[in-house]
Ligand binder design. Structure first.
Ligand SMILES: Nc1nc2c(ncn2[C@@H]2O[C@H](COP(=O)(O)OP(=O)(O)O)[C@@H](O)[C@H]2O)c(=O)[nH]1
Ligand SMILES: [Mg+2]
Length: 358
């Protein structure tokens, strides 16, 4: 299960976003440092293809993919206080969702963050980079010493020294390019600046700012490839408490489509290099998570280890085809289902039926 850490300066709406994403009710407050222990929860990865397939199959149960979320207590500039204490927790995460405050509110002090999302993005990026610089600087010294007596350690030592130098210039590691072997040398240091990050700009409900412009402004100061999403966390939290029909109506009224939360979760999922495949049927329709490029047996193993061990073939069709045909059986009758072997690499959105023998 992929774990995502939510971080940001105090009072920017981290816990509000966490609640909106998980449907939980961790306490939020208008004073900074109100969260003192990390909140842990599970966010559903929204997927209306799965919902539509489940409706066609009349599935008794629908199971969406999920992400584990950790709402980390506020980090203050300088990395003092809670920040330093919880950096260790962040290192355990596979991705980061970084919340930036763009909403104005007289009731919620913004002394720690301000409301300029670009400034916050720069501050937080530097903070994470400096935290890595410290860890790599310390390790570079030790690695160099070890490499003098053992040539096999030279590549790792050089990689760590190069990384330490880059970080020392304030450049995050994901802005560099690294070989697999170099990345391997970094692995146990769990660098924060190599983790995929999604930047979440939290705007007010009455957002005067143009979301596309905000995205572009923040996008310009973060490493290339990072995704920026504009949301109103408070609005999304309120919406998450409504039943689906009322929520859809609210979003439609505001011109928000399926809501920005879906985009936050989707972007995180994509940034992690994860894809969904599906199993559908009357008993259950379900989204499964595998890494991009996974083989059919590896995907089958997500469903059950027996399916991987005894994998023979998979029946495969893209879910769009299944939906267009009116369900799996109809897709099969229409000749839309292919047979694939062990070498097949699963594609995002595939529906699978695994044939196996144990
Ligand atoms: N007006 C407004 N207030 C918000 C928004 N998001 C969060 N807040 C409020 O800001 C305060 C701090 O939010 P919280 O989620 O606890 O911030 P955290 O310290 O980053 O976890 C709470 O009183 C929230 O209700 C927003 O989009 N608009
Ligand atoms: Mg909080």
């Amino acid at each position: 299960m992929a774990r995502v850490g939510i971080l940001g300066l105090p009072n920017v709406g981290k816990t509000t976003l966490f609640n909106a994403l998980t449907g939980l009710s961790a306490p939020t407050a208008s004073h900074p440092f109100s969260t003192t222990e990390p909140n842990v929860g599970v966010a559903r990865v929204p997927d209306d293809r799965l919902d539509r397939a489940a409706a066609l199959e009349k599935s008794a149960k629908v199971v969406h993919a999920t992400l584990d979320l950790l709402d980390v207590p506020a980090m203050s500039p300088g990395g003092v206080g809670f920040g330093a204490q919880f950096l260790g927790r962040l290192r355990e995460m596979e991705a980061l969702a970084i919340v930036l405050r763009a909403f104005e509110s007289a009731a919620v002090p913004d002394g720690e963050s301000g409301t300029d999302s670009v400034v916050q993005a720069e501050t937080l990026l530097l903070e994470l980079t400096l935290a890595d610089a410290e860890v790599f600087g310390r390790r570079a010294y030790k690695a160099a010493r070890e490499a003098t007596g053992d040539v096999s350690k030279r590549l790792a030592a050089e990689a760590i020294a190069k990384a330490a130098a880059l970080l020392g210039e304030g450049i995050p590691l994901r802005a560099g390019s690294w070989s697999e072997a170099q990345l391997e040398a970094f692995r146990d240091l769990a660098p924060l600046t190599l983790k995929p990050a999604v930047w979440v700009v939290n705007v007010g409900e009455d957002a005067a700012a143009d979301p596309a412009q905000l995205e572009a402004l923040v996008g310009a100061v973060v490493p290339a490839g990072d995704v920026v999403v504009v949301v109103s966390a408070e609005l999304e939290e309120e919406a998450s408490r409504l039943d689906p029909a009322d929520r859809a109506e609210l979003y439609e009224g505001l011109g928000l489509g399926e809501g920005a939360l879906s985009r936050v979760v989707r972007a995180t999922y994509d940034a992690l290099g994860l894809i969904s495949f599906f199993t559908v049927g009357p008993k259950e329709s379900r989204a499964w998570t595998v890494r991009r490029g996974a083989s059919a047996p590896e995907a089958a193993g997500k469903i059950h280890t027996d399916l991987e061990r005894g994998f023979i073939r998979a029946e495969v069709a893209p879910i769009e085809e299944v939906l267009a045909a009116g369900g799996w059986d109809k897709a099969k009758a229409a000749g839309k289902v292919r047979l694939e072997g062990k070498e097949y690499r699963v594609v995002e959105g595939d529906v699978l039926v695994v044939r196996f023998s144990v």
